[in-house]
Design a protein around this ligand. Structure first.
Ligand SMILES: *[C@@H]1O[C@H](CO)[C@@H](O)[C@H](O)[C@H]1NC(C)=O
Ligand SMILES: *[C@@H]1O[C@H](CO)[C@@H](O)[C@H](O)[C@H]1NC(C)=O
Ligand SMILES: *[C@@H]1O[C@H](CO)[C@@H](O)[C@H](O)[C@H]1NC(C)=O
Ligand SMILES: *[C@@H]1O[C@H](CO)[C@@H](O)[C@H](O)[C@H]1NC(C)=O
Ligand SMILES: *[C@@H]1O[C@H](CO)[C@@H](O)[C@H](O)[C@H]1NC(C)=O
Ligand SMILES: *[C@@H]1O[C@H](CO)[C@@H](O)[C@H](O)[C@H]1NC(C)=O
Ligand SMILES: *[C@@H]1O[C@H](CO)[C@@H](O)[C@H](O)[C@H]1NC(C)=O
Ligand SMILES: *[C@@H]1O[C@H](CO)[C@@H](O)[C@H](O)[C@H]1NC(C)=O
Ligand SMILES: *[C@@H]1O[C@H](CO)[C@@H](O)[C@H](O)[C@H]1NC(C)=O
Ligand SMILES: *[C@@H]1O[C@H](CO)[C@@H](O)[C@H](O)[C@H]1NC(C)=O
Ligand SMILES: *[C@@H]1O[C@H](CO)[C@@H](O)[C@H](O)[C@H]1NC(C)=O
Ligand SMILES: *[C@@H]1O[C@H](CO)[C@@H](O)[C@H](O)[C@H]1NC(C)=O
Length: 819
């Protein structure tokens, strides 16, 4: 009995000792050691070094991890050689090496530096770098550092790339599995042919690449990332390396190549051990390297993911069908005749072709670059990059591989693709941008509103407003609108300084943040891109008008915030995200049985009817789609982003626009082709949405093994064969009311009819959906845009608009009229 206190004291001492060791020690000297159970902790408690067993494995490994997030192992010493016999120990040997011994005292791993060090010490730095240095030496250089031997994680300040003197390369290698840190099949490396690019390889196969380094960042990566970290490429006689730094010390981040070859940029949410994904790559189908084959462009927003570049045709349709491959492998329609006139097609907002056979001249203007490319008959494309401020001319020879359209939140680039004279139309002047033949421009605008700035709208310098204005009166015509004006600092505070952790969406107009007001109210803050072209007054007027639109099925606009050239809209926050998260997600689908879906359909109908008819302004939404239907906590649908077209300089009364706003798959033919729109264009979008809700499938990207129709075409086929019920989402089979489903499909088909005048108005739609006794609905005529395009010529599913409508981030596809 009397020994108990002694034992307690003994354990307390041990615990104290361990605590001391683990809290203070970041240094290991000769003769010192840490054994399994002990750890080294860096001076500011950022990183910890010690022994661990990954996943379900019982093997022991020496590794470094984030002190706040022990699961995030950033480096493993003995990844190829685990300790299997119990407890290992790490020491600094007399020869000045870090040595890892297993229980049987065999060397499992060693830093293996040659040359004597007089008084070597190992230290775990706050950057996560384990270094071995000579205590005597005054120089800062290290005898050895773990940063030179990356595992699967790139930390801030760490480099990947090439030592140009020795030819040695540093790169990330994935773990084999969560249980096994030994080198897996995926690598992430700096590719340095022509210009640096980052690439994920699977073995020796390229899986994904970024665009080339353009002096500021890599092409085709999210531009928004610049707010969080600063990428650097160092090129000198000794090395060519990539590294990054966080913009603030407060940000903890890592770049991780996970076991399945996905690269994730992660940020540690403050005060927690949860990591948020800033982005991951590959992100979508088009990120797959060379998916579409040679001389093609990949776009996830068009009905055909892959299309040949202008002047090229697919090599073999047969091969494509039998192999079920998307790859087109396009070849020139007619050989380039280098003697006669030729020109170039400008593609904007794309990832540049891979740098397989390229030539770079660092000081050449765009004009000279074009002339230079024309001189050589095998030059297939050129681009002008602004590396270190100067114009650099990059020319491609041979096939162009891996071009993709990128969305406007990514950093897209422009490239000029060589066209033969025959594809140029009647004018042979290559510098003429204005080609006389029909020019089809595909403007990719994923989200709600246009990013671009129309040149005719003159930017009005906004008047500086100081102080806190909480309510402002603005004149709008004869009416007065009151817009609650939020003060910038309160929005800043509510969104944690527009912190990344608060971003809940990202669109063409800029990010959407979740915020908490001091009153406890949750808000969604839409931070508009700075290109709205509106001054303070015009903006508040428009917002005032939109704020007056109040309906149960519209998202409530609470006010706005103006500061300098910042424009923000403050909405009520919707806890259940948007409709697309439910109907297109196989795990969430079940949460919306038929009755709920039908209620949602009716809600959307009422909301749209209000916008079209019942409100004082006739608002045409112009971008109705599943992701714009938000759901509140009771799953009541709320249409969002209505009226934004007004803010971006459009006018709802006008029937013709020279800019096409909208999303592929939802755009009515007359709008996409002629740019004319009316309430009936919204009805088309509603019809698509209705069929999507019933079928649980997206119109865009829909594919069927038996035919090349999209969802609309598929629905139309089934309808004509009296098999309409086969369209229904399998998750609805039990809950559905057949008569309602058939009615919805019929109404959906009526709404997507090709000609606007055939489509019903929303008031009729509501009646058709609600009044069972109005049983005799008209028979639908064929829908618009239901057949997939066969090749780059002769199709109807594209967008025409005027050349001046090209926005900086839109992709422009120039195609010939069908011959
Ligand atoms: C240490 O380096 C030598 C040659 O420099 C090499 O032969 C040996 O395999 C290395 N040992 C380890 C454990 O890496
Ligand atoms: C480094 O060397 C100095 C003497 O040169 C010694 O006083 C000091 O304790 C050493 N530091 C470590 C960490 O070994
Ligand atoms: C790797 O990351 C991708 C994309 O974030 C994810 O889908 C996948 O499940 C991850 N794999 C593992 C093994 O964590
Ligand atoms: C299918 O693709 C493979 C390569 O992926 C190719 O070798 C083969 O020839 C293709 N098959 C046909 C029928 O074209
Ligand atoms: C690059 O362009 C400049 C100006 O056109 C020319 O003088 C120079 O020779 C070119 N350099 C190479 C390597 O082609
Ligand atoms: C055109 O460029 C290719 C690739 O750089 C080169 O091999 C060829 O000699 C050039 N031809 C002429 C006529 O300059
Ligand atoms: C090129 O970059 C420099 C410095 O970043 C910038 O000042 C200049 O405006 C850029 N030029 C073009 C054409 O983008
Ligand atoms: C530009 O194209 C339009 C038709 O799209 C044509 O009317 C006009 O004459 C063209 N201008 C020039 C300079 O070619
Ligand atoms: C910001 O929010 C914190 C609480 O989240 C509050 O204490 C502080 O007063 C707020 N600051 C301002 C300027 O509103
Ligand atoms: C927001 O950031 C600024 C500097 O960027 C800082 O001065 C301010 O304190 C931050 N506010 C909050 C609430 O974090
Ligand atoms: C979302 O909807 C579900 C019904 O499917 C509901 O139970 C839940 O409370 C809602 N979520 C939130 C956060 O309100
Ligand atoms: C329902 O439709 C029938 C037939 O079109 C019509 O007579 C009746 O008035 C409608 N009922 C309502 C409530 O609108």
């Amino acid at each position: 009995m009397e020994r108990a206190p002694l034992i307690t004291l003994f354990y307390s001492l041990i615990i104290l000792f361990i605590l001391e060791l683990s809290e203070e020690a970041d240094i290991l000297t000769v003769g010192g050691s840490i054994s399994d159970g002990d750890t080294l902790v860096s001076s500011f408690q950022s990183f910890e070094l010690g022994f661990f067993s990954p996943g379900k494995s019982e093997n022991r490994y020496l590794g470094i991890w984030f002190k706040n997030s022990p699961g995030a192992v950033v480096w493993v010493a003995n990844r190829k050689n685990p300790i299997t016999d119990g407890k290992g120990v790490l020491t600094v040997s007399d020869s000045g090496n870090l040595v890892l011994l297993n229980q049987a005292k065999n060397v499992i791993w060693s830093s293996n530096v040659s040359g004597p060090a007089e008084n070597p010490v190992a230290q775990l730095l706050d950057s996560g770098n384990l270094v071995l240095k000579d205590n005597k030496s005054l120089t800062q250089s290290y005898l050895w550092q773990s940063f030179d031997y990356p595992s699967d994680t790139l930390l801030a300040g760490m480099k990947i790339g090439w030592n140009l003197k020795t030819g040695q390369e540093r790169y990330l290698t994935s773990w084999k599995s969560t249980d096994d840190p030994s080198p897996g099949i995926f690598t992430y490396r700096l590719d340095i042919n022509g210009l640096p690019q980052l690439a994920i390889d699977r073995g020796s196969m390229k899986m994904f690449r970024t665009g080339p380094w353009n002096g500021i960042g890599f092409g085709a990566v999210p531009a928004v990332s610049n707010l969080v970290f600063k990428p650097t490429v160092v090129r000198n006689d000794n090395e060519l390396c990539y590294s990054y730094e966080a913009v603030s010390n407060a940000i903890t981040m890592r770049l991780w190549l996970n076991q399945s070859g996905s690269l994730q940029r992660l940020i540690l949410n403050e005060g927690s051990s949860e990591w948020g994904i800033l982005y991951s790559a590959p992100f979508d189908q088009c990120d797959t390297y060379g998916l579409c084959g040679a001389n093609s462009i990949c776009s996830i927003r068009r009905t055909d993911t892959c299309e040949c570049l202008t002047g090229f045709i697919p090599k073999s349709q047969e091969e494509r069908r039998t192999n079920k491959s998307l790859s087109l492998n396009c070849a020139r329609e007619s050989p380039l005749d280098c003697q006669n006139g030729q020109g170039f097609q400008r593609l904007v907002g794309v990832k540049l072709p891979d740098l397989l056979k390229v030539r770079l001249n660092k000081s050449m203007s765009l004009k000279k670059c074009e002339a230079e490319c024309l001189k050589n008959c095998s030059c297939a494309a050129y681009a002008n990059l602004n590396i270190t401020g100067g114009g650099s001319c990059l020319m491609w020879f041979g096939d162009l591989i891996d071009i993709r359209e990128v969305s406007e939140v990514y950093r897209g680039e422009e490239v000029y693709i060589r066209l033969p004279a025959s594809s140029l139309g009647s004018t042979h002047d290559s510098s003429t941008k204005n080609r006389s033949k029909v020019i089809l421009l595909v403007s990719i605008i994923s989200s709600t509103i246009i990013l671009g700035l129309v040149s005719c709208i003159i930017w009005r310098k906004s008047k500086k407003r100081d102080g806190l204005l909480h309510l402002t009166r603005v004149e709008s015509g004869t009416e007065e609108a009151e817009v609650p004006l939020f003060d910038f600092s309160s929005i800043e505070n509510a969104t944690n300084n527009f912190s990344y952790a608060n971003v809940i969406g990202e669109g063409g107009f800029g990010p959407v943040y979740k915020g908490n007001l001091p009153t406890g109210q949750e808000i969604a803050v839409k931070r508009l891109s700075k290109d709205s072209g509106q001054g303070v007054e015009q903006f508040s007027n428009e917002v005032g008008l939109i704020a007056k639109l109040q309906h149960r099925n519209l998202v409530g606009l609470l006010g706005c915030c103006i500061q300098g050239d910042e424009r923000m809209l403050i909405y009520e926050f919707m806890s259940n995200k948007s409709l697309d998260h439910f109907i297109f997600d196989h795990r969430q689908k079940a949460q919306l049985p038929w009755q709920k879906r039908f209620d949602i359909v009716l809600g959307i109908t009422r909301g749209l009817l209000y916008l079209h008819q019942d409100s004082k302004l006739q608002i045409i939404h112009r971008d109705l789609k599943a992701s714009n239907i938000l759901l509140d906590s009771n799953l009541i649908p709320k249409i969002s982003d209505f009226g934004l077209a007004r803010i971006f300089g459009g006018n709802d009364e006008e029937t013709k626009t020279n800019r096409v706003v909208g999303t592929y798959g939802y755009m009515a033919p007359e709008y996409a082709i002629d740019g004319t729109f009316s309430v009936k264009s919204d009805v088309f979008g509603f019809g698509v949405l209705l069929l999507e809700i019933v079928s649980g499938k997206k119109n865009r990207g829909y594919s069927h093994p038996d035919h090349r129709h999209n969802l609309l075409g598929h629905a139309w086929l089934l309808w004509n064969e009296d098999r309409a019920l086969e369209l229904i989402d399998t998750s609805l089979e039990e809950s559905c009311v057949r008569s309602e489903v058939v009615r919805c499909i019929q109404v959906g088909l009526l709404c997507v009819q090709e000609f606007p005048e055939d489509r019903p108005a929303m008031s009729s739609v509501l009646l058709m959906l609600t009044n069972e006794s109005a049983a005799t609905l008209p028979q639908p005529k064929p829908p618009g845009f239901f057949i997939e395009r066969k090749s780059s010529t002769n199709f109807s599913g594209s967008t025409t608009t005027k050349e001046e409508s090209i926005t900086g981030n839109a992709v422009t596809i120039t195609l010939l009229e069908a011959r």
